[in-house]
Design a protein around this ligand. Structure first.
Ligand code: PLP
Ligand code: TYF
Length: 398
């Protein structure tokens, strides 16, 4: 039976990670996959996470099933983290939460439910967007359309073109938005742009689906949630996918959450039933461990403070590296305009170099970036930034 199956293209980002692991160059540099690294190039377990795991090991009493929604405590605390403790949607009981296997699980289940109720079955995604959005959303049966987002020449958001395109979307169409730290561009909407977008979404009868996978890694936990909180305030309905992979460093534990917001408490509850039914038919229920770690941290003032200080340190290191890199590129006189890297947010920016130059960096210097020229700032260190700048000077010229 399997002989009928055709070979399939690998996930380009995961493939890059595998190639990096096999590379033996002493100065090899992984700026590909979006994983945080420290000054030593390691992705450490956060101390708050290790402490929570020790507590769980000492006090956990059962591994029995928990149910399709996952842990009630995790869901409550995550809704507070994303929306803010006293948000209207929480007070009015207009949010149903589900613990999911990572942000990917949340995106897929959200898409499954939306595909069954959107009258058009269409979703608009930014051009460009995270490559994984396509299989996750189209796999659920949604038809994908693109709205203009990033101007690679000007290194700015094409906001008026984005608005013009979405103004032509049909009522019932879904719009996927990156809550913060846009992947792959690093270019985020400003508060005034979120407000204009909310007005458009309401006027056109569109359904927002916000993917917020990097809360706390841009400007701060509250600042990064401005857009998602504003939309939740302004609009009657929406869907939100979040992830604990980056801000809790729980990547392989597959920990995330999906939030469904409805018009009224009773409608939300009914839609939630449908959501849990989709979960049952996909994977029955989420893995427990990552969610238990997050719940333990968010529920304990001491661990919560430790986690926030670790998260702040990660964010500040990325911001420092953004400035370090641009300072050194400018000092070395590397050809090109890199100023956008200073003020963009999160792990990623585009370098703005050609694909051949990306390939040359990989072949000649063992420096790994995604073919588009997207690179992960958190993969750099004080030590490696000079190697990177020298390699760029050789590859693109001065
Ligand atoms: N959404 C975006 C834009 C991402 O970059 C990621 C991943 O890193 C995710 C969602 C979800 O990731 P995970 O499934 O590992 O939580
Ligand atoms: O864009 C990235 O690098 C991260 C990590 O299939 C990632 O979002 C990449 C590919 C993938 C899952 C996670």
């Amino acid at each position: 039976m399997y002989e009928k199956l055709q070979p399939v293209a690998e996930d380009p980002i995961l493939a890059l990670m595998a190639r990096y692991r096999c590379d033996t160059h002493p100065n090899k540099l992984d700026l590909g996959i979006g994983v945080y690294k420290d000054e030593q190039g390691k992705t450490p377990i956060m101390q708050a996470v290790s402490s929570a795991e020790r507590l769980l090991l000492a006090h956990e009493t059962s591994k029995s099933y928990i149910g399709p929604a996952g842990s009630e405590g995790f869901n409550r605390l995550m809704a507070q983290l994303v929306f803010g403790g006293d948000h209207t949607v929480i007070r009015e009981q207009r949010v149903v939460s589900a613990q999911t296997p990572g942000g990917c699980g949340a995106l897929r289940i959200g898409a499954e439910l939306l595909a069954s109720c959107s009258p058009t079955g269409r979703i608009w995604v930014s051009d460009p967007t995270w490559a994984n959005h396509r299989p996750l959303l189209a796999g659920a049966g949604l038809e994908i359309r693109e709205y203009p987002y990033y101007d690679a020449e000007q290194r700015t958001i094409r906001f008026s073109e984005m608005i013009d395109t979405l103004n032509r979307a049909e009522a019932g169409d879904i719009v996927l938005l990156h809550g913060c730290c846009h992947n792959p561009t690093g270019a985020d909407l400003e508060p005034a742009q979120w407000r204009a977008l909310a007005e458009l979404i309401e006027r056109r009868g569109l359904m927002p689906f916000v993917d917020i996978a990097y809360q706390g890694l841009g400007e701060g936990l509250d600042e990064d949630a401005y857009g998602v909180r504003y939309l939740a305030d302004y609009l009657p309905e929406m869907m939100v996918a979040t992830s604990c992979s980056k801000n809790f460093g729980l990547y392989r534990e597959r920990t995330g959450a999906l939030f469904l917001i409805g018009r009224t408490a009773s409608q939300t509850e009914r839609a939630g039933g449908q959501l849990f039914s989709r979960i049952r038919s996909h994977y029955s229920m989420p893995p427990a461990h990552g969610g238990a770690v997050v719940e333990t941290i968010l529920d304990d003032p001491r661990l919560n403070a430790l986690w926030m200080s670790e998260l702040n340190a990660m964010r500040e290191r990325i911001r420092y590296l953004r400035h370090q890199l641009v300072d050194r590129l400018e000092h070395a006189g590397v050809a090109g305009d890199f100023r956008h890297i200073r003020h963009q947010r999160g792990m990623f920016s585009f370098l703005g170099i050609a694909r051949e130059q990306v390939v040359a960096l990989r072949k000649q210097y063992s420096i790994y970036l995604v073919d588009s020229g997207r690179f992960n700032l958190a993969g750099l260190s004080n030590r490696s930034v000079d190697y990177f700048v020298d390699a760029l000077a050789q590859t693109v010229g001065t």
